[in-house]
Design a protein around this ligand. Sequence first.
Ligand SMILES: [Zn+2]
Length: 140
Amino acid sequence: MFDEFSDTDLAAYLEEDLDANKASKLEATLINDKHLQDRLHTIRLQIAVGEHSLGSIWRQNNLGCPSRKTLGGYLLGILPNDQKLFIQSHIEIRGCLTCQANLADLEEQQTQNQEELTARATRYYKSSIGHLSQRRQDES
Ligand SMILES: [Zn+2]
């Protein structure tokens, strides 16, 4: 199936966050597919006007699967709350088998690279903590 690309795939492609295999299929398809070129252009504009995260693109369009990179962040527990909830419902309520398989695969990789990933997560957390206000939800 060379013509099955979701908007999330296209956004991931633009952010260089798409599976290498899928990315090369996408590039091969793009050459001859004017419709796909237009969709890619639209998504590039969405990103350019400031919706610069995949999470916000999903929320706007109620799209499909998160990227492996995002699933990795989910496993590490470093995603913002709304993005985390999106993935949780995608996997647990919609029961997406692709993402379940991806998660299992990532989990295995992460066990192998535990120390390095923990260090990376810590750095990510430290660099984000100044910009996030996680307490807001407790004040209602
Ligand atoms: Zn999925």
